[in-house]
Write a protein that binds this ligand. Structure first.
Ligand SMILES: Cc1cc2nc3c(=O)[nH]c(=O)nc-3n(C[C@H](O)[C@H](O)[C@H](O)COP(=O)(O)OP(=O)(O)OC[C@H]3O[C@@H](n4cnc5c(N)ncnc54)[C@H](O)[C@@H]3O)c2cc1C
Length: 531
């Protein structure tokens, strides 16, 4: 059988942690937290008892609709800690009744028509890497998942305009593999790149791992083709347009509530060959963040400009745990980046940073870069190697949250978040820890990304996580940040976060648009707004 996605771990079935991996992890956790941690055996999906499907697709849809346990379990949730914990425990209280994998626009129309006419909730599904409960079926009498993974082709490349027509269900690696022979790249690399799709990126306004300039999927969209219950929506291919509000902006970030994106024309670019990288160490976290501000305001536009706080630099980049690390990287298909990195390093040194000259790596595409990467290389390996969830259901609570804030409110914002998170972590779990890095930086402010963990009680992970998450949602919005910078809203960031942040009239406007496109309110109800 072909290697399938794991129904509970992050990644393929062949990459799932083994019982031996989990036992070793349990021992490490027992030592670290001073409590007895045991690893339950890897679950067997054959033991899962799912509610029987409440609907049967008509004959004309049967060829691409599935109701077997694997399909329904795999599409019962996304990739968040809570999704994985439930799946590991074979806890599937609300699986989709039917999972469809349409192969053509005709089949897509047929399945959406069936949902529209029958009033079945329809959940668009890319790869299911949502970490905000964006693909879990809603609590409705019936639900159908519309998985887009068979829409997996780059259909056309316009070399002259540097754009490509790409189907929405293509996973990151397959997309890049199809662009590579012509020397192009989309150059959009979210950390979930291996297991996420173009349609998911557009629907969630995803952020790639480049820290400045063109990094959000928004920047690459030229036009979108989307099926709504009321017909097709297709924008005109244009490099820019001042013709009123943008139809594409309406779709980007719509999280599957307005329609199903079937394909998009995307701006592509030549693959970079010139690179330059440096890791600058700071004795103080806030001196480092100020260096980042100065570099981004100098408009040098590094591809990467991340700062890791001392805790994160210790854990992910091999530093001692008492210094922050600023990672600066430039790349280009056209020009040597030696001058740009020199200018950025000079600013960083002027702001109190330390770096030896031989820790500046310059690669002019000759095949023999100068310098060595040190902590930066260590950080890159840990960033790419996402753990599949070895510690799932062992009592450990762990999550991340990401936001953004203008520079005038930084570092007070950070202090407020740390104080509130310190309080809630001390209350809810033992040995709670919080760390921060910037994933993206703008001339007017950073996008801080917080990671937290602590030891809770085995079996109570989800309710304990919820207490911490409520506090995180609340403090981020109260302190002036956004409820999400790139992970999307889904259902998770709604009540005490997104619903507080967005203007009420804006929510009413989205509801009005939804009524026009989706009059029966079947598309992903409960995500972003209540219809
Ligand atoms: C380990 C990990 C790392 C991550 N790193 C990043 C990161 O660096 N940057 C980032 O932005 N996000 C990140 N995420 C979050 C997630 O990967 C993104 O939200 C991603 O864009 C979702 O893509 P997907 O194809 O998996 O969509 P899904 O998870 O399947 O769906 C996400 C949302 O989009 C809707 N949707 C999906 N496809 C379509 C379509 N064709 N038409 C209409 N609606 C659709 C769904 O209904 C849902 O609301 C990460 C997640 C994980 C687990």
């Amino acid at each position: 059988m072909a290697d399938r996605m794991s129904f509970w771990a992050w990644g393929l079935e062949s990459e799932e942690p083994t019982d031996a991996d989990r036992n070793a992890m349990a021992n490490q956790l027992s030592e670290r937290y001073g409590v007895e941690v045991t690893a339950k055996p890897i679950p067997d999906l054959a033991d899962a008892e799912l509610r029987p499907p409440r609907i049967t697709p008509p004959d004309n849809l049967a060829e691409f609709c599935f109701t077997d346990t694997y399909e329904r379990a795999r599409h019962a949730g996304g990739a968040h800690f809570t999704d994985r914990t439930r799946a590991f425990n074979l806890d599937f209280p609300n699986p989709p009744d039917v999972v469809s994998h349409p192969r053509t626009e005709g089949e897509l129309e047929a399945i959406l028509d069936w949902c529209h006419e029958g009033g079945h909730a329809a959940v668009p599904f890319g790869a299911g890497s949502s970490v905000v409960w964006g693909v879990a079926p809603p609590d409705t009498p019936t639900s159908v998942t519309i998985a887009m993974d068979r829409f997996d082709q780059v259909l056309e490349i316009d070399e002259t305009s540097r754009a490509a027509r790409i189907q929405a269900g293509v996973y990151g690696p397959a997309l890049e593999a199809q662009l590579k022979p012509s020397g192009h790249t989309l150059r959009h690399f979210p950390q979930s790149f291996r297991f996420s799709t173009l349609g998911g990126w557009i629907a969630t306004r995803s952020g790639g791992h480049y820290a400045t300039n063109h990094t959000h999927i928004d920047d690459f969209v030229e036009s979108i083709r989307m099926l709504t219950p009321n017909g097709w929506w297709e924008s005109r291919r244009l490099p820019g347009s001042g013709a009123g509000p943008s139809p594409d902006r309406m779709v980007i970030g719509s999280e599957g509530i307005l329609g199903i994106i079937s394909e998009a024309w995307m701006r592509i670019q030549a693959r970079p060959t010139f690179r330059a990288t440096a890791g600058v160490v700071f004795d103080s976290w806030y001196a480092g963040t100020d260096a980042v501000r100065q570099i981004v305001q100098a408009k040098l536009w590094p591809a990467n400009l991340r700062i890791l706080d001392p805790a994160e630099a210790g854990r992910a980049a091999g530093l001692e745990g008492d210094q922050a690390l600023v990672i600066i990287a430039f790349e280009s298909a056209e020009l040597s980046q030696a001058a740009a990195i020199a200018a950025a390093v000079e600013i960083a040194r002027g702001a109190g940073g330390h770096i030896d000259d031989d820790n500046i790596v310059i690669d002019d595409g000759t095949g023999s870069p100068t310098g060595h990467e040190g902590a930066v290389g260590e950080w890159r390996r840990s960033f790419i190697g996402v753990d599949p969830g070895t510690a799932t259901s062992m009592g450990v609570l762990a999550d991340t949250f990401e936001t953004s804030i203008t520079w005038d409110r930084w570092p007070d914002f950070d202090a407020t978040v740390r104080e509130e998170m310190g309080r809630v972590l001390a209350e809810v779990c033992s040995k709670g820890e919080l760390s921060c890095r910037f994933t993206h930086v703008y001339p007017d402010g950073p996008a801080p990304y917080y990671t937290w963990s602590g030891m809770g009680r085995q079996g109570s992970e989800i309710s304990m996580w919820q207490e911490v998450k409520d506090a995180a949602n609340e403090v981020v919005v109260r302190a002036g940040g956004t409820s999400t910078h790139h992970h999307a809203v889904g259902r998770m960031h709604r009540p005490n976060a997104y619903d507080v942040q967005r203007p009420d009239l804006f929510a009413d406007s989205i509801r009005a648009v939804k009524r026009t496109l989706d009059p029966n309110g079947i598309l992903n109800p409960g995500v972003l707004i209540d219809p």
